[in-house]
Ligand binder design. Structure first.
Ligand code: BT5
Length: 239
């Protein structure tokens, strides 16, 4: 099956769709692939964290040739695609981007993304969307929700079908325009945030992002670039 120029490879069950995508990278020969699975038994988040993959939710990984130096653009295009897709199904929904690439619905995490480099110039964009269920918020780093909990009735397959053309369109956009669009849809720009990196925590004003999608944090009269970390908008939870 093809959707918007992507060949879809469907599995009943995998450990992680990102791992399957990495196996395909060696002989994909210029094609754009999407690996998707009904069940995912070892879903991964960033920095060794787990992605809880419940029944009825969407798990997929895009395998695409993309210059590593334009990674920021890929992140922005992929994340904005999620925002646009949720708005397609629910135009009035309260959907925001949480840097770098989470999507919040009613201020709770509905989607997460794990970008990994494959062989050559191939990138893997692994996306999990809580379609029908979400894990218990109290056990998570950040509150969680699902599309269904927000009253959005769509299934995983229809969501993916709508998402892929949006993503394909976004990666062709002008980088500056894409970044402005990202900023307009992000939560907390101009506000005080806390950024946690391993055991380090910094508070400052969320100035925006640069062309690499790195976060710019204003601390006193200094601007600090943040390449990776977790953003918290109010008080910091343990986890
Ligand atoms: C992410 O990591 O948010 C990246 C998630 C990527 C998942 C997709 S599914 C398809 C593909 N295959 C994979 O194996 N992975 C990708 P991070 O920002 O590190 O957030 C992980 C944290 O989010 C966890 O430590 C939990 O606190 C929380 N979490 C786990 N499962 C969640 C869920 N289903 N919904 C919301 N939050 C969750």
């Amino acid at each position: 099956m093809m959707i918007a120029g992507f060949e879809i490879v469907q599995f009943a069950e995998v450990g992680s769709t990102n791992d399957v995508a990495a196996e395909y990278a060696a002989d994909v020969a210029g094609k754009r692939l999407v690996i998707t699975a009904k069940r995912q038994t070892a879903g991964r988040g960033r920095r060794g964290r787990k992605w809880q993959s419940q029944e009825g939710n969407l798990f997929f990984s895009i395998l695409i040739e993309f210059p590593l130096k334009e990674l920021g653009m890929l992140i922005m295009a992929a994340t904005l695609g999620l925002v646009e897709t949720i708005r397609f199904f629910a135009p009035e929904s309260n959907v925001r981007i949480k840097w770098p690439n989470d999507v919040l619905l009613n201020n709770a995490k509905v989607s997460g993304m794990l970008l990994e480099k494959a062989t050559g110039e191939y990138m893997i964009i692994g996306i999990g969307v809580n379609v029908e269920q979400s894990p218990n918020s109290a056990e998570m780093l950040y509150p969680t929700t699902s599309l269904r909990e927000a009253g959005i009735e769509v299934n995983a397959e229809d969501f993916l079908r709508q998402y892929l053309p949006a993503f394909a369109k976004n990666i062709k956009r002008d980088a500056t325009e894409l970044r402005l669009d990202w900023l307009q849809n992000a939560k907390g720009i101009g506000e005080k945030i806390t950024v946690r990196q391993n055991d380090k925590e910094q508070k400052g004003i969320f100035e925006g992002i640069d062309e690499n999608a790195d976060l710019i944090l204003q601390i006193g009269d200094k601007k600090q670039k943040i390449l990776a970390g977790d953003v918290f908008y109010t008080e910091v939870k343990n986890g």
